[in-house]
Design a protein around this ligand. Structure first.
Ligand code: AP5
Length: 212
């Protein structure tokens, strides 16, 4: 299965992506994670991406598309993949088609905007293994420490109120049109993401199982 995961910032894409990988064994490709890794390593790509990410803006299509194209060319993707955070614009979606990639479904995680700020502001990340937590909804066993590898958790630089506002604006203007784009192609699967993490996972599994 080749899956696209859609949804606004903080909807729970990364959280559900981990559950999808667990059950369906697809390769998880998160453009946000790839950018953050490059920023942490201070690579030329990371430096460029940082200019946009710290302002809550999308990284230009050309940079993002080339990065995804390289990743999809790696042999592990041939057994099935899940794109988390890509495409995010119509030109990115068109580029994916031009690459000859066959997409089986675009799963849209629907969450009320009123819940997104709480989810984003409570998020804590592990710098070493990438695990994600929430101070109330999904806390680590020991406050501030990753359950999986023991590293000290941190808050993403772009998880502040001002940047989140511009990320939501970018989503509304540039990413929302993808819902119609994939609906017209009969590839859209809408999933209610307003419940708990476990309830949402059950909804995601049900949608993907009925689709397969
Ligand atoms: P990216 O990392 O993709 O950020 P995002 O889309 O804004 O999404 P988030 O990572 O904020 O949220 P999520 O939906 O994964 O939620 P999560 O599962 O963590 O991109 C970052 C930036 O990179 C972009 O702003 C852009 O600049 C750039 N970029 C990336 N891709 C790009 C592209 N294709 N083109 C151009 N630029 C690109 O959950 C959030 C929190 O809520 C967690 O704490 C979690 O524990 C909690 N939570 C999750 N689900 C639930 C639930 N059901 N109930 C309660 N709490 C929950």
């Amino acid at each position: 299965m080749n899956i696209i995961l859609l949804g606004p910032p903080g909807a729970g894409k990364g959280t559900q992506a981990a559950k999808i990988v667990e059950k369906y064994g697809v390769v998880h490709i998160s453009t946000g994670d790839i950018f953050r890794k490059n920023m942490a390593e201070d690579t030329p790509l990371g430096k460029k991406a940082k200019e946009y990410i710290e302002k809550g803006l999308l990284v230009p299509d050309e940079i993002t598309v080339n990065m995804v194209k390289d990743r999809l060319a790696q042999p592990d993707c041939s057994a099935g993949y899940m794109l988390d955070g890509f495409p995010r614009t119509i030109p990115q979606a068109e580029s994916l088609e031009e690459m000859g990639q066959k997409i089986d479904c675009a799963l849209d995680l629907e969450v009320d905007y009123s819940m997104l700020i709480d989810r984003i502001s409570g998020r804590r990340m592990c710098p070493d293994c990438g695990a994600s937590y929430h101070i109330k909804n999904s806390p680590p066993k020991k406050e501030g420490i990753c359950d999986k590898c023991g590293a000290k958790l941190y808050q993403r630089d772009d998880d502040n109120e001002e940047t989140v506002k511009s990320r939501l604006k970018e989503y509304d203007e540039k990413t929302l049109p993808l819902i119609e784009f994939y609906q017209k192609k009969n590839l859209l699967l809408k999933v209610d993401g307003n419940g708990t993490i476990e309830e949402t996972t059950a909804n995601v599994y049900k949608a993907l199982d009925s689709f397969k």
